[in-house]
Ligand binder design. Structure first.
Ligand SMILES: [Zn+2]
Length: 116
């Protein structure tokens, strides 16, 4: 997952005419520290300071501070993971199972059936 592209930044400036700076306030997705990222168009391109901005879905922004970006530039764990498993002979999302079946799913144990 890459950070926001230069093209997308230009689009955002076009969507917000008259704005000479774009900024995002919030918490770093990884460490939770409060942070602000700003993008300023200059003659030599758009200057970004304060960290990184991710937009995995339109208008759904996530921020990462520079130390966290240095550690891992990928945006992880930002959406729910749908787990499918077998229930009464069918593969269905576990989130759609009834409470009793979900409890039974949590009791299941993984084992390695390969023969060495
Ligand atoms: Zn951070």
């Amino acid at each position: 997952m890459a950070t926001m592209t230069v093209q997308r930044l230009h689009e955002l400036f076009e969507e917000n005419p008259g704005k000479d700076i774009l900024s995002w306030n919030g918490a770093c997705h990884d460490c939770g520290d409060t942070m602000e990222v700003s993008a300023t168009p200059m003659e030599d391109g758009i200057h970004i300071s304060g960290g990184s901005v991710y937009e995995p879905a339109p208008q759904n922004f996530f921020l990462k501070c520079d130390p966290c970006f240095q550690k891992d530039s990928a945006l992880r764990n930002f959406q729910k993971c749908e787990v499918y498993s077998r229930v009464v002979g069918y593969l269905r999302p576990v989130s759609q199972w009834n409470d009793a079946k979900q409890e039974e799913f949590r009791d299941r144990k993984l084992f390695d059936a390969s023969i060495a």
